[in-house]
Design a protein around this ligand. Structure first.
Ligand code: NAI
Length: 333
């Protein structure tokens, strides 16, 4: 098959080429997928898209007109895809349901440890010859309570790591999992989790129900000064409400790997341009905020697994017309 790969970075090319081993013709395109760039897929049978690519109805229609039959996402989250439109247009959409939950969970832990012990500030201080400890006070994870929202693959892995540090686990998920109770964790309601946790870490998908799940009301319900960590999807947190929460002290510290409006920022070098997003710029002014640019998935193991699964979906679709990890409105209902 001819596959138009959108939002390609050199590292995508490296891992996809290795997994492809010459089976398909991969056309690597740097632009992200938008209504303006969709015609670049003309002549291909499939497109391969990433987290911030636009797969709304308008783009899907353009892809269909260009002769595309398969949209192979090289990520787990599919909140940018209009699945109803895909069904109507007869487009198959596949994703990578699980590649390395450990990669994301370990990054969540890295953020928690760095933010708690102020490693981001200590790093800069030491380089400037400032060895003062004021402002670097942290807390022991041992004996603290961690609230895990969403106990799917990544949430459970994060819970295991936190339990390993001696944290008590509170969990929230419409589908409780025995692994959490095996760790000594307890499923509770949202209010109990927010009020009882020193650290709240988000691992649910972005859906209409979880959009702004952490809003002003949820922030007011947090244990005062709790750490909030988001490695799921940006819009699970109302960023403006989080800024108010940081200003009032309701949120003690905030770690983000994802951001509501990250589509205009992340995955590119903007170091020589002016950041126009004032909300994002305000976030960066807080000493107790740590932001990474959607890199939680970015390990050798995860990239290899993403590429292998994406190519398997493409190959199986080419052979049998069915992608093993196809999404459908019916399946999700
Ligand atoms: P998963 O599907 O295994 O687990 C998601 C869990 O969230 C499920 O158990 C589900 O029941 C639960 N959930 C759904 N609605 C909920 C709600 N309203 N309240 C509480 N729990 C709810 O997904 P997985 O693999 O654990 O990934 C989770 C999310 O992490 C993905 O949807 C994606 O958005 C994000 N992600 C971020 C990455 C990054 O690089 N930062 C990489 C991979 C995934």
């Amino acid at each position: 098959m001819r596959v138009a790969v959108f939002s390609t970075k050199p590292y995508d090319r490296r891992f996809l080429d290795a997994a492809n081993a010459g089976r398909h013709e991969l056309l690597f395109l740097e632009p992200g997928l938008t209504p303006a760039t969709a015609p670049l897929a003309a002549g291909a049978d499939a497109v391969c898209a990433f987290v911030n690519d636009d797969l709304g109805a308008a783009v899907l229609e353009l892809l269909r007109q260009a002769g595309i039959r398969l949209v192979a996402l090289r990520c787990a989250g599919f909140n940018r895809v209009d699945l109803e439109a895909a069904r109507r247009l007869g487009l198959t959409v596949s994703r990578v349901p699980a590649y390395s939950p450990e990669a994301v969970a370990e990054h969540a832990l890295a953020l928690i440890l760095a933010l708690n012990r102020k490693i981001h500030r200590a790093y800069n201080r030491v380089r400037e010859g400032n060895f003062a400890l004021d402002g670097l006070l942290g807390f022991n994870l041992q004996g603290r309570t961690a609230g895990v929202i969403g106990t799917g693959q990544i949430g459970r892995c994060t819970a295991r790591l936190l339990a390993g540090f001696g944290c008590r686990i509170l969990a929230l998920d419409p589908y409780p999992h025995a692994d959490i109770t095996a760790l000594g964790g307890r499923y509770v309601d949202k209010a109990t989790l927010l009020a009882g946790s020193d650290i709240v870490t988000l691992h649910c998908p972005l859906t209409p129900e979880t959009h702004h799940f952490i809003d002003a009301g949820a922030i007011a319900a947090l244990k005062r000064g709790a750490m909030l960590v988001n490695t799921s999807r940006g819009a699970v947190i109302d960023t403006r409400a989080a800024i108010e929460g940081l200003k009032s002290g309701a949120i003690g510290s905030l770690a983000l790997d994802v951001y509501e409006e990250e589509g205009d920022l992340f995955f590119r070098d903007l170091s020589s341009t002016v950041i126009r997003d004032d909300v994002f710029a305000r976030l960066l002014t807080f000493p107790n905020v740590l932001v990474t640019g959607h890199q939680a998935f970015f390990t050798v193991e995860a990239m290899s697994a993403i590429a292998e699964t994406t190519l398997r979906n493409i190959t199986e679709f080419a052979r049998h017309g069915v992608a093993p990890d196809a999404l459908s409105v019916e399946k999700l209902a």
